[in-house]
Design a protein around this ligand. Structure first.
Ligand code: NAD
Length: 356
């Protein structure tokens, strides 16, 4: 197959980790007889420096014409004082909106060789962590109206949170379909005791569930969910929730698995084109030092092969190579344990490629 992949290297460690993921993709292409063509799409702080905006139209066009998009990470202290509409993250929000990416899928899986990095009690970690957070991505408070005004002699800020039934329904379908391929249990998370948007969320998810009688549905409040994820994560299979709750809970979920450097995510809409990225940020504190763990980005590339290009064997080959590398005791600094071999970003990429 021939596939065109838009590449957003981004800022900080972005270029280092994406370079390793591209090299892994090239190894897979050579082994399985595919051709991947890469097209650079500048976004984030580097795009602000060059083009004056976080997402130039030319980059957006490159992404829209591609078969899929691979992203490192954007942002950094250099651009923290930019006005709100010129911050690096705005580029990402604009891209998600333009590509119609309404669902974000983030696996929270603990690699058995990394159980020592799990911050939970050993008896809790021993029960295993293997669930998926399905987050609504282009609705809710992040996409509502934002305003700050002078009211009665002081500043007052307002952010509007809104959801329509169709926005809830389409992400609920993704969650139920995913649960069917897993352990057939969906936990929907809301704050229906307080918020109208949550009451509509609960009602709509319950309606969608009628189309999936083989899948169990539970509803829990977001505050309880935050506790349950650390108390007994083994109870979860597929979590579905709105944008803001999903942002927070998916970070909590990834933290309990060990390192945020290990976790990929995919954002999808209608059709097969998606945006694939690691869940972490641009890690300015270690940028340019060959210290970044590229595994999250490499596993994001594997997700791209599986979900956008229908290349299951190729994705399996990458995931197996990551497992084998960890089993061989090869570790970047963020996941290093006594007795293991400490390597940098480039060496980790090479170790994984050699096992494909
Ligand atoms: P971060 O995820 O960049 O870093 C948090 C900590 O984790 C740091 O100590 C960092 O060194 C470490 N870390 C992260 N990824 C790592 C990796 N692959 N290997 C080893 N260690 C890793 O979060 P932050 O410091 O809050 O944010 C830094 C910048 O990234 C900010 O400008 C923020 O806005 C941006 N950001 C971007 C995205 C994105 O592009 N999707 C997401 C989150 C944050």
């Amino acid at each position: 197959m021939n596939k065109t992949i838009a590449i957003i290297k981004g800022d900080g460690i972005g270029p280092e980790i994406v370079t390793e993921a591209m090299a892994v993709l090239d190894t897979v292409a050579a082994k399985f007889g595919h051709t991947f063509t890469y097209q650079d799409a500048p976004m984030g702080g580097n795009a602000i420096d060059t083009f004056g905006v976080p997402l130039p139209d030319s980059s957006l066009e490159t992404c829209m014409k591609s078969d899929s998009v691979l992203l490192g990470a954007v942002g950094g202290p250099k651009w923290d004082d930019q006005p709100a509409d010129k911050r690096p993250e705005r580029g990402l929000l604009k891209l998600r909106g333009a590509m119609g990416l309404y669902t974000n899928v983030r696996p929270a899986r603990m690699f058995s060789d990394l159980s020592a990095s799990c911050p939970l009690r050993p008896d809790i970690a021993a029960k295993g962590i293997d669930f998926v957070v399905v987050r609504e991505l282009i609705g809710g408070v992040y996409f509502g109206e934002h305003s700050t005004a002078e009211v009665d002699g002081e500043q007052k800020a307002t952010d509007i949170m809104a959801y329509s039934e169709h926005e809830i329904r389409r992400v609920a379908h993704v969650a139920f379909q995913m649960a069917r391929k897993r352990r057939k249990r969906v936990t929907s998370i809301d704050k229906a005791n307080v918020l109208d948007t949550s009451r509509l969320w609960r009602k709509t998810v319950t309606e969608v569930a009628k189309e999936y009688p083989d899948v169990e549905l539970l509803h829990i409040y977001v505050d309880n969910a935050a506790m349950q994820i650390v108390r007994d994560p083994s109870q979860f299979d597929v979590i579905v929730t709105e944008n803001l709750f999903g942002d927070i809970l998916s970070d909590e979920a990834s933290q309990i698995t060990g390192s945020i450097g290990m976790i990929p995510s995919s954002s999808m809409g209608e059709g097969t084109r998606g945006l694939y990225e690691p869940i972490h940020g641009s890690a300015p504190d270690i940028a340019g030092q060959n210290k970044a763990n590229p595994i999250g980005t490499i596993l994001a590339a594997a997700m791209m092969l599986r979900y956008s290009f229908d290349m299951a064997a190729e994705a399996d080959a990458i995931e197996a190579a990551v497992d084998a590398t960890l089993k061989a005791g090869i570790r970047c600094g963020d996941i290093w344990q006594d007795g293991c071999t400490l390597v940098g970003c480039r060496e980790m990429g090479a170790a994984i490629r050699s096992r494909i």
